[in-house]
Write a protein that binds this ligand. Structure first.
Ligand SMILES: Cc1cc2nc3c(=O)[nH]c(=O)nc-3n(C[C@H](O)[C@H](O)[C@H](O)COP(=O)(O)OP(=O)(O)OC[C@H]3O[C@@H](n4cnc5c(N)ncnc54)[C@H](O)[C@@H]3O)c2cc1C
Length: 500
């Protein structure tokens, strides 16, 4: 069980949190529980950040995250406040966890039954079933040690790694080397390698640039399972907002912050419409670069424009939200459609930014599990193609790509949606930039590359401004809903340490 250090020193502080994504919501809960007076200002009309909801003609789409992974992290988050997730939302374990259509016509389901998965592995490569056991044993160990010593514990300095306990536990962990090298040690078959690596897209990385430590994701996916919360990820947002309200957090939506100004002993946070919120401390969950470059004066920034230009951003995405007539029997709740050779797609994300000709993509069909997300007799689905952050997404480009994706779905899954669509919206690079003030329109933030992981990510506490803090996916531990919940805890702990 993760223990949270004492936050009592924050009692009585007045704190403004900028941004109502999972990072901001989580931080606000910890601070309010500690007795701080917390006001959260969110730019958009709803809370949840990248986990916003789109409603059209009886269809309700989760616009961003759709995989509920690491249920233990949610349990620990709620437990800190003396609650359980099921007091706020129910969970259904998905079966299959997901389906993969390989574009050579092959198709495979990964299911909650490990023995069945081992048989699938064995059918591709003799001995691969037992190797899956070995792989998952290691991945489970990495998960246990990694979560305790590296994820729930913020190690901000290199010397922190010299702690003998950490050193002992880090021994044998695959901290260095790439995921590509790690997976190749176990499996020769390219399809098995793809199955072990697809979760990297959640971290915004590619097999050759993501540290091997992240093989812990296979424990998450194979052993812990894939869940659907009632109401989708929006149901989780609602649950955490309800908890935050119980703890006394005050929310203001439609409140884009324009400036963080210093004043004697504290801050004045000004919104675009001229309101001013005075406080002792500020936490920003808005993208780090936006906060530093646009809300602070130049002398108060830790990084310059060159720093932000030189970062590796996690992919943006081309998203196509579709309400369609009838069923889509061939698809599972989570479906991946993968070219057997996917290096070209990763290359168009990280090396040579371009719209991928032969995309690897993800289809989400929540109406398979939840009949409240689509009118009767209809299906709710979205397609997500990871693309490079910063790409131009002109209306013409988006129209062409929409056609390419719908053709590709029909060809490779057998589901022809083209004349059944009743509701349709796209969301892409420029929308991420506009709606969330996202840097380069990245969907996810800073990629977890070898040089942007752990202490190499930007810090929670500003080194230039006392009392200014950062939370959410740009900081540690990083990208993903569970990680952002944990970043709320880490930020609050650092604030409490500084205040003590
Ligand atoms: C398409 C997509 C699919 C994903 N899939 C998954 C998944 O399946 N599972 C998973 O775990 N994770 C997934 N993720 C990642 C996950 O959603 C994010 O890592 C996480 O939600 C980010 O939370 P955050 O708090 O860091 O930032 P955000 O959610 O971006 O929150 C930041 C908030 O700050 C607000 N803001 C910005 N500027 C200002 C300002 N000036 N004033 C006031 N407010 C401001 C923004 O509007 C936003 O609400 C996905 C993300 C996307 C986009």
């Amino acid at each position: 069980m993760n223990s949270v250090s004492d936050l009592d020193s924050l009692a009585g502080e007045s704190i403004v949190v900028i941004g109502g994504g999972f990072g901001g919501l989580s931080t606000a809960c910890y601070l309010a529980d500690a007795g701080a007076d917390v006001t959260l200002l969110e730019k958009n009309e709803q809370l949840g950040g990248r986990a916003s909801t789109l409603e059209r003609d009886g269809f309700r789409f989760d616009m961003g995250p759709s995989w509920y992974l690491m249920p233990d992290v949610f349990e620990q988050f709620f437990a800190y406040f003396g609650k359980r997730p099921d007091e706020y939302y129910g969970l259904t374990r998905l079966d299959p966890h997901y389906r993969i259509f390989f574009k050579d016509g092959d198709r495979v389901d990964m299911v909650p039954d490990l023995q069945a998965n081992k048989e699938v592995f064995e059918s591709y490569e003799p001995g691969a079933g037992d190797k899956l056991d070995d792989y998952l044993r290691k991945s489970e160990r990495n998960y246990r040690i990694g979560m305790e010593h590296f994820v729930y514990t913020d190690r901000t300095k290199l010397t922190d790694f010299i702690d003998p306990v950490v050193f002992k536990n880090a021994w044998g962990l695959s901290l260095v080397g790439s995921m590509q090298d790690h997976v190749e040690k176990y499996f020769d078959h390219p399809k098995l390698q793809q199955i072990m690596q697809y979760t990297l897209v959640f971290l915004g990385g590619a097999p050759n640039n993501t540290p091997a430590l992240y093989n812990l994701m296979s424990h998450v996916d194979f052993n812990m399972g894939v869940y659907y919360p009632d109401g989708g990820l929006a149901g989780v947002v609602d649950g955490i907002v309800e908890l935050a309200e119980e703890l006394g957090v005050e929310f203001h939506t439609d409140s884009p912050v324009a400036e963080i100004a210093g004043r004697r002993g504290g801050f004045a946070v000004r919104t675009e419409d001229g309101r001013e919120f005075l406080c002792d401390q500020v936490v920003s969950d808005a993208d780090y670069a936006h906060t530093e470059q646009e809300l602070l004066p130049p002398e108060k920034r830790q990084y310059d424009a060159d720093y932000w230009e030189s970062r590796t951003y996690a992919p943006s995405a081309f998203l196509l939200y579709l309400g369609v007539e009838g069923d889509v029997d061939e698809l599972a709740h989570h479906t991946l459609v993968l070219p057997t050779e996917w290096d070209d797609h990763f290359e168009t994300i990280f090396e040579n930014p371009a719209w991928p000709d032969d995309p690897a993509y993800y289809l989400c069909v929540p109406s398979k599990t939840d009949d409240t997300v689509a009118p009767e007799g209809h299906s709710n689905l979205f397609a997500l193609v990871p693309i490079a952050a910063g790409l131009d997404d002109t209306p013409e480009q988006r129209r062409q790509y929409r056609d390419l994706v719908l053709d590709d779905i029909a060809e490779h899954t057998g589901v022809d949606l083209r004349d059944r669509i009743v509701v349709e919206e796209t969301f892409c690079v420029s929308d991420f930039a506009e709606r969330y003030n996202s840097t380069e329109g990245t969907a996810l933030g800073l990629a977890h590359t070898l040089t942007q992981t752990a202490l190499l990510r930007p810090p929670h506490a500003s080194e230039k401004v006392d009392g200014l803090y950062f939370t959410g996916s740009f900081t540690t531990p990083g990208i993903g809903v569970p990680m952002c919940l944990i970043s709320g805890q880490l930020t609050a702990e650092e604030m409490a340490d500084d205040a003590a």
